[in-house]
Design a protein around this ligand. Sequence first.
Ligand code: T1G
Length: 689
Amino acid sequence: MTVTFRREGNAGLVELANPPVNAMGLAVRRGLLEAVRWAEAEAGLDRIVVSGQGRAFAAGGDAREFDGEPVPPHLPDVLDAIEACPVPWIAAAHGVALGGGAELMLACRYRIAAPGTRIGLPEVTLGVVPGAGGTQRLPRLVGLAAAVDMIATGKPVTADDAYEMGLVDAVADDPVAHALALDAAELAARSALSSLDGPEPDEMAIDKARASVARRMRGQVAPEKAIDLVALSVSEPFAGALRQERETFIALRTTDQARALRHIFFAERAAKAPDWLDAEAQRIESAIVVGGGTMGAGIAYALLLAGIAVTVIETDADGAERARAHVASIMEASAARGLLGEDKRARIEAALTISTDYADGASADLAIEAAFESMEVKKVVFSALEEALPTHAVLATNTSYLDLDEIAATLKSPSRLVGLHFFAPAHIMKLLEIVQGAATSHAALATGFDLARRLRKVPVLSGVCDGFIGNRILARYREAADTLLMDGATPWQIDEAMVAFGYAMGPYEAQDLSGLDIAYANRKRQAETRDPNRRYIPIADRMVHEGRLGKKTGVGWYRYPGGGGKVEDPLVEDLVAEEAHFAKVARRDFTSEDIERRLLLAMINEAADILAEGIAQSAADIDLVTVFGYGFPRWRGGLMHHADTLAVDAILADLRALETEDPIVWRPSAAIVACAERGIGFAEYRPGS
Ligand code: T1G
């Protein structure tokens, strides 16, 4: 039974029992309707108390049903029946009440939440709108401004805030007991929200919400539609507005944006250790982090937040002081954002040691090397770690580019080595590439995945290659951009095209923020192994030679007067034109569409090779890497999900056309040819099959 109901005195107790989070699929909707019929027939009841078994009240509609035709009873009809039930329903919520779960609360006459309950209408984060009365009942309960803010952003509120804004009537440790003790007459006198007049008009709140979503959710359809529906609650009668809400929800469910957001939602939750990984993870109580720079300090802080004791090892006293300062500044920033209370801060400080002596971390179960990106340095670090740590300890490197197998070859037991590639800032970015070297043991791999779970990261398994999954794709993205630069585009045009596509910022602004010297060092490292026949664009090297390293030097691709915002720099256009002249390139114009298409094709082509080589396990994994590590717009579902909306035949045809321009750079990946031949998308592609 996914909904149980029983009588206790003059109360009916209804419980949602659909683990793990009481998603309100068909069985739950049917069960709730049965409970209403039972309540209507049962004599002498003066209340129905609805609650959720397990850790949630209700997580909302079952998003797995959204691809198919809606099956009655539909949630808005079930909630209307609850609201119209002659016996008043009381919501006794705990854990989370999200989407349809919050709408169930709104259909009740009275609402109680346990402390810490999160209540929200996050439908827009799935590309849809509340579709069971939320856009009409919520404004009648809390007013237009609070309702439009909650619904347009999708952000939940805590029980205390919900009480302050009138969304719940009480916060109680035992919501069911509190419901049973309520005065029956008071309950009977409560009006159904749908019977109330609409909220007072508030044009300013609507305009503010529209401006906010235009900025923060640019390109997304659902937030705008949600605001339109909430605005309807002022003037449109409830029933008419409810019909429009339902029509909008049904129409949005099957849009590309909703499918893309659902794809990422489920792909993120499926990001766990692969089925074939059969080993036990090493329990991590304490860890060593070698290198207390930006990355090392961020990694150390992420481990400390997960309750792992950390020893940060630096080369000398100055380095140790800098490491201490780095960690302290991260803690200050967290505290300033209200994310680090005094108790937690004290616990973290007690669990942190900063030292120059590996012996101080001698009991560690895990070591993560985040030292300078030099193979020589890493080899020295790992031989010291192997000497200092117990043999059970897992050894990990955070290297972004260097060959894991070459490091492993210097170890007495190479099977202990795994790659844990964090993304800056390491305590915030959710992506963690877990790199499996030729010798990496399953136990070391399992430990990486278990650590990702404890750090609440999104783990993606990667094979060993230059740049693993994300940086290898990024290199092609940047190469395609620099090629367009050489052939006639400007950095600003390219950035604008990719911002219009949905990135928060384009490739050139992004480089200015991370620093041009990092990619420069990698190009120098790759120089001796680079294909001499592959066209090489020297513009980014020229920028570094001119000392234009990005925001940190005040000039990069853009200028940053007074360290402020970016300003286009005509000097850069002159510099590009000069390089093009040296290279005897006849420059020409490119449209935004050309730019977007070429940069996407370059990434898709490289990603297809990554799939074909088995470096990534699936197209969905590449989607997670591009969304959680490189700012690919989430509402496009990630690089390969987006590629599947372009259709592989069109991708192949475009590549064939570009191949005439440059047969090396634009050679179509074998995986793309295979998908086109088989008429399948990347989601179904399996190398060798
Ligand atoms: N539908 C289907 N499955 C869901 C689900 C949902 N709404 N929510 C969670 N799951 C699955 C999830 O895939 C995972 O599965 C397991 O439950 C545990 O989730 C008309 C119709 C509730 C805060 O947007 O935000 O209501 O991996 O790992 O970290 O307006 O899940 O175990 O197989 O995330 O504790 C609106 C989405 C829907 C809420 C729990 N609701 N869910 O987080 O566990 S639209 C949402 C969440 C709607 C009405 C419409 C989180 C959570 P598996 P989890 P968690």
